[in-house]
Design a protein around this ligand. Structure first.
Ligand code: 13P
Length: 253
């Protein structure tokens, strides 16, 4: 039996405000209800996390942060520690998103330290990997995502991998561009990543680890992407910001 239950995650990025964030969270909570066949999580901006997590308490919808510090506490102006996230009700954290890697210069070693610290504090990390268009055109997709994966998971044991870590393949050229990877392109990279996991750990560990696809996922392409072997869920940006576009993603079958 595979432990890879479908997972639909909404990364709100730097969008919404207190009222719209709360309204969206409640709409997701009500739509998910007691459904057991899918895991759902939302990732509000830090400042709304506390309130959104309270609104979702007792529901099946999880709440996470979009980033965290690689340090447990101290003089790190502007940073948020994993323990603080847990303190306000976060269960998950996105680590290594391409916007962090490319706009804020986060390297794979830093990303790996964040994954480790998040795990130490009881958070479930979603580790993102993905190639730029230039890297894809230069046929470097596999080496880029393989390296991001190996370094991001350095120090993560097989048990933590299978029970706590989710991976997300997010091709940079497909994020916010309206240009989605084709099901075949997503399938190829997901299969490659699972092969890398099998090499780093073993076959069962690779088979039990969820890998999400992210990049311009919308109601009209979610079914085709979710039908791909090896795509275990979706990490959604733009379409996660409104109930009208996010809730239909839960009907991915
Ligand atoms: P879009 O769905 O807006 O392309 O964003 C994807 C993403 O980056 C999710 O983390």
């Amino acid at each position: 039996m595979s432990a890879r239950k479908p997972f639909v995650a909404g990364n709100w990025k730097m969008n919404l405000e207190r009222k719209t964030a709360l309204g969206l969270a409640l709409a997701v909570r009500d739509a998910v209800g007691r459904r057991e066949d899918v895991d759902v999580a939302v990732f509000p901006p830090f400042v709304y996390l506390d309130e959104v997590a309270r609104a979702l308490a007792g529901s099946r919808v999880r709440c996470g942060a979009q980033n965290c510090s690689d340090e447990p506490s101290g003089a790190f102006t502007g940073e948020i520690a994993p323990a603080m996230l847990v303190d306000v009700g976060a269960t998950h954290v996105i680590v290594g998103h391409s916007e962090r890697r490319h706009l804020y210069g986060e390297g794979s070693e830093l990303v790996g330290r964040k994954v480790q610290l998040a795990l130490e504090h009881g958070l479930s990390p979603i580790l993102c990997v993905g190639e730029t268009l230039e890297e894809r055109d230069a046929r470097r997709t596999e080496s880029v995502v393989g390296e991001q994966l190996a370094r991001g998971l350095a120090g993560v044991d097989g048990r933590a991998l299978q029970t706590r870590v989710t991976l997300a393949y997010e091709p940079v050229w497909a994020i916010g561009t309206g240009r989605t990877a084709t099901p075949a392109q997503a399938g190829e990279v997901h299969a490659y990543l699972r092969g890398v996991l099998a090499g780093l750990y073993n076959e069962p560990a690779a088979e039990n680890t969820r890998i999400l696809y992210g990049g311009s996922v919308k109601p009209d392409n979610v079914r085709a992407l979710m039908a791909v072997r090896g795509v275990d869920g979706v990490l959604v940006g733009g379409a996660s910001l409104k109930p009208e576009t996010f809730l239909p993603l839960l009907e991915f079958r």
